[in-house]
Design a protein around this ligand. Structure first.
Ligand code: SAM
Length: 246
């Protein structure tokens, strides 16, 4: 949409490939229907379906940004460091994190990861498709970035490079301090983003937790019950959104 800003009233765009198929078969697109297009990087524009043809849907743009009560993008920047989990669980974790407004997902390979990323990068491609579908479903204008998996140490170094009001939290099932209490009693002012680390099905090793603490992470509990890795991420993100985001 941004590229089409000049003379957008008369611009038409052609949607093809998987998106066109989805529009025809799933959304039952028909000429005359209103539609909203987004580029995945924060720009959305309203349009009207002009023609539905085999393999393509022609949309006439109306040059207006959608009129929403609130932006679907939360002010709080959220990065999820998710230990690579078994296929269905990982995808569930990424889908729900996207619905909850995550901005970036950094899959990490830890000592006790049962699942490993494949050498050909097929899993990363699949994760990106999952996140894109979830972002569309959630009405988001930004598709979260899914980075290629990296070892835990590398992810910690990368988290250390984030500057200016970033929180670093590691969810540890043996931690004594609940995140809810930490938020009430210790949360700092001027927070612009949070990095949240969630361990694999087998949990964190002691060395991994210590390394995170050494890099400025606070270790927090998500309550007295042990949650599945995919549930832990949702809960942490939801609590942070409730506190600082929207
Ligand atoms: N098998 C591990 C154990 O019993 O020690 C449990 C690992 S749990 C299924 C996977 C990850 O979810 C953990 O590494 C942690 O990041 C997070 N998690 C699960 N329950 C949690 C809790 N109650 N508090 C904090 N983190 C939790």
């Amino acid at each position: 949409p941004q590229r089409l800003a000049a003379g957008m009233e008369t611009a038409t765009v052609v949607v093809d490939g998987a998106e066109a198929r989805r529009l025809r078969r799933v959304m039952r697109a028909r000429p005359g229907q209103a539609i909203e297009l987004f580029d995945g990087q924060g720009h959305s524009v309203e349009g009207c379906i002009h023609a539905v043809e085999p393999g393509r849907v022609v949309v006439r743009l109306e040059g207006r940004s959608p009129d929403r009560a609130a932006s679907p993008e939360a002010g709080l920047r959220l990065v999820l460091l998710q230990a690579v989990a078994k296929s269905g669980r990982m995808e569930l974790a990424l889908e729900k994190a996207t619905e909850l407004g995550v901005h970036e997902i950094w899959p990490v390979v830890t000592h006790r990861c049962v699942a490993r990323p494949d050498a050909g990068g097929q899993r990363v491609m699949r994760w990106r498709r999952v996140v894109e579908t979830a972002a569309r479903q959630a009405g988001r204008s930004v598709v979260p970035v899914v980075r290629p998996p990296v070892p835990w140490r590398e992810a910690l170094d990368r988290a250390g490079l984030l500057e200016g009001g970033w929180l670093r939290l590691l969810a540890g099932e043996k931690a004594r301090l609940p995140l809810t209490r930490w938020l009430r009693e210790r949360s700092p002012q001027g927070v612009s983003g949070a990095v949240v680390a969630i361990g694999p099905e087998g949990g964190w090793s002691e060395e991994e937790t210590d390394a995170a603490i050494g890099c400025g992470f606070e270790v927090v509990s998500l309550g007295p019950r042990i949650l599945r890795t995919e549930t832990a991420g949702w809960l942490a993100l939801a609590l942070l959104q409730a506190w600082w985001g929207d």
